[in-house]
Design a protein around this ligand. Structure first.
Ligand SMILES: [Zn+2]
Length: 468
């Protein structure tokens, strides 16, 4: 049977429209998906929104809107923002979707049947920002490290609990036996160390949150965020695509994806995903990107300034997937000018002009993706080292520039030699265009068109130079 690939991103919380920090992850996933698709693999790409919970309910109230109307608007807007960056999921899932609600309730019943759900009193420190209880060890100076601006609350209520502790040994064995399961290595080590401290059972319902999926058989309780949100990956998997090949998520969600989700799946009788990859965060001018700090950049703003492919390049290329990275408008403008307007744009403009001036005609076939996506490039793409794959392509761009500087086609009088040199340069640029396809779906098509028509066609700049 043919292998199917299933890639997911985290689903974004619907209290606000996404910013480039969220979009970073989606563009990375989109590049990975396009790469696999270009190799002829059968791929399904899922992303979406997490729409339930107290924080969304509060945001809707702040806007004097019914929660459903509020999340409808956020969902529409988020999809627009992602489309602007060329992110093309096969399904944009919403946790208010009917099939998801059904999947969550069925999942709950399976876990309950296993004897892994029980009702008990619970009291603990609760961060409304994260919508989760925190242990003393999670807090920094008595506050949530992700939401230091919010006061942590002491909550007490009757909740349903999931027997997470029961799966401690299973998780240890599983993680040790599957090196690829949690990536990167630093996250894997962190998760094993967390497991080493022992797991406590976890509350999976809320008493006073009406905006959510009701617990089957108990109308007083609503299913809590993780037992709703994580299950979207199952809801969204078409027949034959489970288990997922990759769950891509931000590092603040690592514990839930790497330790809670596998325990939930094991309890309900499902196969575990192949890889959970926790990526680092983007900061802006050294600061966390956040609404409360007022330093948000929306994906559309990035695209308005740098184009779709430019925005994709600036996000994916700015850092290693695993690490944190910092951006600023100034840095992005510099990179855009140096790598896109000058580097790639300049090369294409220069070579197409040389071809036109030569008045030579040559037909060069665009190579297949699988022909050129080999060796170092392929390894980097398969390992999710996307910015290194870009670095590899940019070395090729520089090499063609050097080649032209060496051969000086503008001084060559011999037609055969000129044809030979130009043909070599065009062949290499077409290879570059093909390697760029997952990153630059639009630009790579433009480059192919320029060099593969009846004659090389005059081109307007691929990327306009930006004023500083
Ligand atoms: Zn928090």
């Amino acid at each position: 049977m043919r292998k199917k690939f299933y890639f997911t991103t985290a689903i974004d919380y619907s209290n606000d429209v996404i910013h480039i920090g969220h979009a970073y992850q989606k563009v990375v996933a989109d590049v990975i998906v396009r790469y696999h698709r270009l190799l002829g693999r059968e791929v399904f790409f899922l992303t979406g929104v997490d729409e339930h919970g107290a924080k969304v309910q509060r945001a809707a109230e702040d806007n004097n809107l019914d929660p459903k109307i509020f999340v409808d608007r956020i969902s529409t807007e988020n999809q627009k923002q992602l489309t602007a960056l060329g992110v093309a999921p096969d399904r944009f899932i919403r946790t208010t979707d009917k099939d998801h609600i059904k999947t969550v309730q069925n999942f709950w019943l399976k876990v309950k049947e296993r004897g892994d759900i029980y009702l008990a009193d619970f009291e603990g420190w609760y961060c409304e920002g994260c919508e989760e209880y925190k242990t003393e060890g999670d807090l920094v100076d008595g506050r949530c490290p992700y939401h230091p601006e919010m006061k942590i609350k002491r909550l007490q209520e009757k909740n349903y609990f999931f027997r997470w502790s029961k799966y401690e040994n299973f998780l240890k064995k599983y993680i040790n036996a599957h090196r690829d399961f949690i990536q990167p290595e630093s996250c894997r080590a962190e998760m094993l160390s967390f497991l080493g401290q022992g797991l406590n059972d976890i509350s999976i319902s809320r008493q006073n949150v009406s905006w959510g999926i009701p617990v089957p058989g108990d109308s007083q309780q609503t299913i809590y965020v993780w037992f709703d949100a994580l299950i979207n990956y199952l809801t969204g998997a078409p027949q034959g695509f489970w288990p997922a090949d990759l769950h891509l998520l931000g590092k603040d969600n690592a514990r839930w994806h790497a330790l809670l989700w596998p325990a939930m799946l094991k309890s309900a009788g499902y196969t575990l995903p192949k890889t959970v990859y926790s990526h680092g965060f983007l900061s802006l001018n050294g600061q966390k990107i956040s609404k409360s700090l007022g330093n948000i950049i929306r994906p559309q703003e990035l695209v308005d300034k740098f184009t779709t492919d430019g925005g994709r390049y600036l996000l994916v290329g700015c850092k290693n997937l695993a690490d944190d990275g910092d951006i600023s408008w100034q840095k992005m403008t510099n990179t855009y000018n140096a790598d896109l307007a000058n580097g790639l744009g300049n090369l294409v403009a220069r070579l197409s002009k040389l071809c036109q001036l030569s008045k030579l005609k040559f037909v060069i076939k665009v190579p297949d993706f699988s022909q050129v996506a080999v060796g170092e490039y392929r390894q980097k793409m398969e390992d999710y080292h996307l910015n290194e794959a870009l670095g590899f392509i940019w070395e090729k761009i520089k090499a063609v520039d050097r080649y032209l500087n060496q051969k000086k086609p503008w001084e060559i009088k011999d037609k055969t030699l000129l044809r030979d040199n130009l043909r070599k340069a065009v062949t290499r640029v077409l290879e570059i265009a093909v390697l760029l396809t997952p990153f630059f779906p639009q630009t790579s098509e433009k480059i192919k068109k320029i060099f593969t028509g009846r004659g090389v066609i005059p081109c307007s700049p691929l990327f306009l130079r930006m004023k500083k």
